[in-house]
Design a protein around this ligand. Structure first.
Ligand SMILES: Cc1cc2nc3c(=O)[nH]c(=O)nc-3n(C[C@H](O)[C@H](O)[C@H](O)COP(=O)(O)OP(=O)(O)OC[C@H]3O[C@@H](n4cnc5c(N)ncnc54)[C@H](O)[C@@H]3O)c2cc1C
Length: 347
């Protein structure tokens, strides 16, 4: 493999039902930064059926070029034809970096494509940057420059590892939704569009979809919330979440929770914040009865303002909090709700 042949930062632009997911724009935002450091351009790979028109949107969010693979057999996501399509794009166009969202689809697609193109993949990255590898020079070992340094929690979140892929291309990473930030949309900015046909055979479609059952969630996505009131095990029981709901309603926000709450069956998994839940960035995050384990903090530390309520003044949540209230939430939360409602009434 001649590494020099591989150029450009590519992202997989995930679409479902011919609508681009927010993850595509988030990956484009990060790809633009990496491309600036490498002095190269950004390409989005769009795979599906009847999806050509989505290329314009990708241009407005930062793609210089969009490679479109449009074929009737790609109408619904299926492992084999999508893997074939993306792997062939990589073989033909030779990207230096390939980013995929760590969504349900991306977690299926990314590793298969990396295996098929004989390269490595770092899953669930929380930070991506260009730098030297090894990070510090080691006597007798070549230090390579302009490598993709992929950082992610390791060993159950107890440490942070920075991983590189110095001898194979592309350097592949998956990134969870909500971790990277999309650029502002530039209306009218167009990308060059390239249509590519990797050729499909019957064997690329050996699974037949008989029925698609879509889950309809009643709760709004916590990743879109501007204000979150999040409860932990310290809330005590599912009934007590009513008081958190009331505070969230007074603030015009939503509720979310820690994994301990989900594991106890008090709240659905959709509301879990953290390493194995959602990554959120609200304007205000109120952590109630949450200790602040590293795996929880990983999912909320980018919030603009963090307010922690905990009866234990040594709880690690206070290390990331902008405001901390030490005491029993059962007293503090209703008082806060009352105060906010009375201020709203006066104002
Ligand atoms: C691989 C892996 C992935 C994980 N992923 C996640 C994840 O995505 N999200 C996540 O949240 N966790 C995750 N965890 C679990 C994480 O390590 C913690 O166990 C979990 O976050 C603890 O939840 P908690 O803070 O609600 O509960 P606890 O740690 O039990 O904390 C409860 C807190 O409530 C306080 N409290 C109790 N009563 C009151 C009261 N009356 N008033 C005020 N404060 C009170 C206590 O002082 C305590 O600090 C993961 C763990 C592993 C190993």
């Amino acid at each position: 493999m001649s590494l020099e042949e591989y150029k450009g930062v590519y992202i997989y632009a995930q679409q479902v039902d011919n609508r681009l997911g927010r993850i595509a724009f988030e990956l484009l935002g990060k790809a633009r930064e990496l491309a600036a450091d490498l002095d190269t351009d950004v390409t989005a790979v769009l795979i599906g059926s009847g999806i050509r028109h989505l290329a314009d949107e990708l241009g407005e969010y930062g793609a210089d070029r969009v490679i479109v693979v449009d074929h009737p057999s790609l109408k619904e996501y299926m492992t084999e034809p999508y893997t074939h399509a993306l792997a062939e794009v990589i073989r033909t166009y030779k990207p230096e970096i390939m980013l995929v969202g760590a969504t349900a689809i991306g977690r299926d697609l990314g590793p298969r494509v990396s295996a098929r193109t004989a390269t490595g993949l770092t899953a669930d990255c929380t930070k991506l940057e260009i730098g030297d590898f090894p990070l510090n020079p080691v006597a007798g070992r070549e230090q390579k420059h302009n490598q993709l340094l992929m950082t992610r929690p390791a060993f159950g979140g107890n440490t942070i590892a920075t991983i590189a892929c110095p001898n194979h291309r592309p350097q592949m990473a998956t990134v969870r939704p909500g971790v990277m930030q999309a650029m502002e949309r530039k209306a009218g900015k167009r990308a060059e569009v390239v249509e590519y046909d990797p050729g499909f055979e019957a064997n690329h479609n050996y699974v037949e979809i008989l029925d698609i059952v879509k889950k309809v969630s009643e709760a709004a996505d916590i990743m879109d919330a501007k204000i979150l009131v999040s409860g932990g095990r310290g809330v005590g029981c599912p009934e007590n979440f009513q008081m958190l709901e009331e505070l969230a309603a007074a603030l015009g926000g939503q509720i979310s929770c820690s994994r301990a709450v989900v594991d106890a069956g008090w709240m659905p998994k959709d509301l879990q914040v953290g390493q194995t839940g959602r990554t959120v960035r609200p304007n205000v995050y109120v952590a109630v009865g949450i200790s602040g384990a590293i795996q929880h903090v990983a999912g909320m530390e980018e919030s603009d303002i963090i307010i922690a309520i905990n009866k234990d003044e040594t709880a690690p949540i206070f290390e990331v909090a902008d405001y901390g209230i030490v005491g029993d939430w059962k007293k503090i939360v209703p008082d806060l709700t009352k105060k906010i409602l009375s201020v709203k009434k006066e104002g």
